[in-house]
Design a protein around this ligand. Structure first.
Ligand SMILES: [Zn+2]
Length: 431
């Protein structure tokens, strides 16, 4: 549904209610909000809402257990909202790179080479000595540089407490320098790696003019293949401000007439320079993070974690029986989806849900007129007293119903005829 000028969310809400959608793409519309009904899409794993005008996300997203990826780029106001939700609004937010760092007519002038493999391929499972040997051979094949940079980034769990470290060897001066920089309290591994490259390249590009002029060759050795692959797409393709900044520095070196080779090397293979950079990155990660900016993709990862945690808490709190309902996994698809919705207290089969998302005029139970809810349907509604007693005895509690066999719950729903959302009756035709 990308670029389709979605106007009528009611129609889409109905689709979502089916609970069968696993991926949804509504990018490129002019949406200012997403419907709460998204929370009904229990199987949603991927949501792309990029390039809209969103200022926030519906709270119901937090209940989606399977949601793994939310794409939200190019929504001007959503970044601030995300940061607030994740409790990271105090940190400086990095602007996105909306334009490339190089005028397109200049193109890529050369002088920068990316090598994401070794001449002799290695595997992660190879012993360190084998990988070390292959890496040393690759390094030996590179032109003898004036400067060698070993850069490395680290982020705890790949998500937080980022640190960047680099060892810079000035071969012509026969000395070396170390660089440490925090990469952010909320930080991906990729970001930590790119921060390390930026800090090291900035140190080289910032040399005094006379000194810089004598640097004809730089090699940067990193164990971040994804970082090199991202940069290797060229300066015009960078959307991360940090990556664009790395390219700006690479271009500064190229303009200086410096040949720069960025070579991938295996990590944790006993390479001295890599080990040193790794240690420096670890030290930087432990330092003060407040000054390091946070980018949208790291913020997004933080929010996804936050949302998942919320969802876990909500399920536990809202549901008196956090243990799985026995036999849930062997239900057919419809039954399984329906039971999940009942367990979280939000089901399209009850009027309170429909009322909340604007698909019903009120929350009255279609069978008895009392306020409808999962608890009402399963344990209280007087209209289903007999059907209920046959399955769970007199006055069962919700914990008895959801703690009993899953097939019995589905059987009850079918038995009382509540298999479709109880929508309002159609309006009478105009006279
Ligand atoms: Zn009722």
């Amino acid at each position: 549904m990308a670029h389709t000028n979605i106007l009528d969310w009611d129609f889409i809400s109905l689709l979502l209610l089916s609970g069968h959608l696993s991926e949804l793409n509504v990018s490129g519309n002019r949406l200012t909000e997403l419907p709460e009904a998204l929370g009904q899409c229990r199987r949603l794993t991927y949501l792309n809402a990029s390039s809209n005008q969103l200022a926030g996300l519906p709270g119901s997203l937090a209940t989606l257990q399977h949601l793994r990826e939310v794409a939200l780029s190019m929504n001007r106001r959503v970044g601030k909202w995300l940061a607030e939700e994740a409790g990271i609004e105090e940190l400086p937010v990095e602007p996105m790179a909306f334009y490339s760092c190089d005028p397109p007519w200049l193109g890529h002038r050369g002088g920068t080479t990316f090598r994401v493999d070794l001449p002799v391929a290695t595997r992660r499972s190879d012993p360190p000595a084998v990988r070390r040997e292959a890496a040393l051979r690759a390094i030996a094949e590179l032109p003898q540089p004036d400067i060698t940079i070993w850069s490395d980034g680290s982020a705890r769990g790949g998500m937080e407490q980022g640190g960047a470290g680099a060892l810079i060897q000035f071969h012509h001066l026969n000395n070396e320098e170390t660089v440490r920089a925090p990469a952010g309290a909320v930080c991906s591994s990729l970001r930590a790696e790119l921060t390390a490259m930026r800090e090291a390249l900035a140190a080289v590009a910032g040399l005094e003019e006379g000194e810089l002029a004598s640097i004809k060759s730089v090699r940067l050795l990193t164990d971040s293949r994804s970082g090199l692959q991202l940069l290797g797409r060229g300066p015009a393709s960078q959307t991360m401000a940090l990556a664009a900044e790395v390219w700006r520095l690479l271009n500064t070196l190229a303009e200086n007439g410096t040949e720069t080779v960025l070579q991938w090397v295996p990590g944790h293979a006993g390479l001295d320079g890599n080990e040193t950079a790794d240690r420096l990155a670890g030290e930087a990660a432990a330092g003060d993070q407040d000054s390091a900016p946070i980018d949208l993709s790291s913020a997004r990862a933080a929010v996804t974690r936050h949302v998942r945690e919320l969802s876990r808490r909500r399920t536990t709190a809202a549901h008196p029986h956090p243990d799985p309902t026995p036999g849930h996994d062997s239900l057919a698809r419809w039954g399984s989806v329906t039971l999940s919705q009942l367990r979280t207290g939000t089901s399209p089969l009850t009027r309170d849900t429909l009322y909340k998302i604007g698909l019903a005029a009120n929350d009255e139970c279609p069978a008895c007129g009392e306020p409808d809810s999962v608890t009402h349907l399963l344990t209280d509604c007087p209209a289903h007293e007999a059907a209920r007693r046959r399955r769970w005895g007199v006055d069962p509690r919700l914990v008895d119903v959801l703690g009993g066999p899953a097939a019995r719950v589905v059987d009850f729903i079918e038995g009382v005829g509540r298999t479709e959302p109880p929508l309002d009756p159609p309006a009478p035709p105009p006279p």
